[in-house]
Design a protein. Structure first.
Length: 245
């Protein structure tokens, strides 16, 4: 299953439809496609096996192919923030690929290609095209407690979205809603904040000559640029500053 994310406004029309903003293009329909591009056209395509998409969709309790195969672009303007965020993440990921020369970071690339990208794309597709799934409040609260327990217990291993859903028996949309209505952040952000807090705790008590990268790797951070940016955003200082104080 293949999807395309051209650069902003580099496509003029798709299957006879004028395109005036960035879009995600679906290559999985049965009618083929016909595109007119501008001279500066470039973009990124992603392809996943149907087996992998189906497996992840089942784990997340999301429809695997309900929103693909139309041959029409999903426009990223207006309120379609989920797909726009996925496009931004995809371009950032591609920018980081040339830097992933360290063995540890090659492990990260494999994990992202196999799990993170299809998970993010599936959830973005569903969130951009469907109404929120309403689970009873008690069910969401129970799922929230199970999720928090699971995340805190498995925090060093950076559990995946499907793992969290499987531990709570909730769909990703229901779990995301439960976190946001009770804690103000989604489960992915909650997990990230918890891992960052654990890194900071260890940096503050680390012995001399400790390397920031070693502690970061212990908590599942392999791309040091992304880690440092998130760390500074949360604590207002660089990881090395926490280590020296």
């Amino acid at each position: 299953m293949t999807f395309g994310f051209p650069a902003s406004n580099s496509v003029k029309s798709w299957d006879g439809r004028e395109i005036n903003c960035p879009a995600m293009f679906d290559f999985n329909g049965t009618n083929g496609y016909d595109a007119v591009t501008r001279r500066e056209f470039f973009g990124v395509t992603v392809s996943f096996s149907k087996e992998n998409i189906s497996r992840i969709a089942e784990q997340l309790k999301l429809p695997a192919t309900q929103f693909v195969g139309s041959n029409l672009p999903h426009l990223l303007e207006g309120k379609n923030h989920p797909l726009a965020e996925f496009r931004q993440y995809l371009y950032g990921f591609c920018d980081s690929l040339p830097k992933a020369k360290v063995l540890n970071e090659s492990h990260l690339v494999t994990a992202i290609l196999d799990e993170e990208l299809p998970v993010r794309l599936l959830t973005a597709l569903v969130e951009s095209k469907s109404e929120p799934h309403n689970q009873p409040l008690k069910v969401r609260q129970k799922g929230l407690r199970l999720a928090i327990d699971f995340i805190e217990e498995n925090c060093p291993y950076n559990p995946s979205i499907p793992d969290i859903c499987a531990a709570t028996n909730l769909s990703w949309r229901s779990l995301d809603r439960a976190f946001k209505e009770c804690l103000g952040v989604g489960p992915k952000r909650y997990l990230l904040n918890l891992r960052l807090a654990q890194v900071r705790r260890q940096l503050k008590s680390a012995p001399p000559r400790t390397k920031v990268v070693d502690i970061a790797n212990d908590w599942g951070f392999w791309h040091m640029g992304d880690f440092a940016r998130e760390y500074r955003k949360m604590f207002g200082e660089a990881p090395a500053e926490s280590l020296t104080r």
